[in-house]
Design a protein around this ligand. Structure first.
Ligand code: DGL
Length: 285
């Protein structure tokens, strides 16, 4: 395979919070971001459908010469990653790699929590898959993991409502439900890549001793480490610092939303707004 980009996939805009952190930590690589906005949200879809859609996206990114793909979507990581790795990649494209966002988060969370009472907020699909419980328990067997689906949160973000006062009700409601299930939780994983956009509201309703864990920086650190250990793959990644965007929906809407997501991510980590040029193409999967 020729030199290629790092492909970053999400059902919609949420993966942009991961892309922002990847580009911050690993700025030299070229990236191709694909949002399946026409079919988002994935969170309420069945295992088979999420698998089928995610496989289509992975194949498309490989066709665009991405030898490495990050599923920047917890729902796709929970429901499709393992099967894609064990079937399509193993049998048809052993020269390519697909990685997810759940394992890097599980690896770090035990070091962030003091009492190992960990809350997970995610989509219904991710919670039902029990992927976080399984991954966290492999590494931190004593952890008490309490998951709750916050189905409205993705809609608030996808529809640009995340800054409006009306979002407060849904944010507070899910947090109260989670803390009622385990009142001694000291760490909450934001197990959906859309949720960092709601961070300013989440902070209003969570006691200050509770640590909130958005995933981007941990996924970026894990990828950095992975590429240092997989030098053959690293050598096949092109390093022009570019980023292309692809959506299955309207490029105009994607451009507007992506600018907000990427700026929000920069402001969250204390940087100035970038005025990044967003070149978006519409594709069909
Ligand atoms: N951003 C996705 C995640 O991390 C899912 C949102 C959705 O499509 O429901 O799970």
């Amino acid at each position: 395979m020729k030199m290629g980009k790092i492909g970053v996939f999400d059902s919609g805009y949420g993966g942009l919070t991961i892309l922002g952190q990847l580009r911050r930590r690993l700025p030299r690589y070229d990236y191709a971001y694909l949002g399946d906005n026409a079919r988002a949200p994935y969170g309420t879809r069945s295992f088979d459908v999420v698998y089928e859609f995610t496989l289509q996206a992975v194949k498309r990114l490989i066709d665009m010469d991405c030898p490495l793909i990050i599923l920047a979507c917890n729902t796709a990581s929970a429901k499709a990653l393992r099967t894609i790795q064990q079937t399509f990649i193993a049998n048809e494209r052993p020269d390519c790699r697909v990685l997810g966002v759940i394992r890097p988060t599980a690896e770090v969370v035990g070091t962030l929590s003091h009492n190992h009472h960990i809350g997970v907020l995610a989509t219904e699909g991710t919670i039902r898959s029990e992927s976080y419980d399984l991954e966290i328990h492999k590494l931190w067997p004593d952890a008490v993991v309490t998951g709750l689906a916050a189905p409205m949160w993705v809609s608030l973000v996808e529809n640009g409502e995340y800054d409006r006062p009306g979002a407060d009700f849904f944010v507070r409601d899910s947090l109260q439900q989670l803390l009622a299930l385990d009142p001694v939780i000291d760490t909450i994983i934001l197990g959906c890549t859309h949720y960092p956009l709601l961070l300013h509201k989440i902070k209003k309703f969570v006691p200050p001793h509770i640590r909130l864990v958005p995933q981007g920086e941990y996924v970026a650190a894990a990828l950095d480490d992975y590429l240092k250990r997989h030098t053959d793959l690293d050598a096949r990644l092109s390093t022009g610092s570019t980023c292309e965007f692809f959506t299955t929906e309207s490029p105009t809407r994607f451009r507007e939303q992506a600018a907000l997501f990427l700026d929000n991510e920069r402001l969250r980590v204390g940087e100035r707004s970038s005025g990044i040029h967003i070149d978006v193409q519409r594709i069909q999967l």
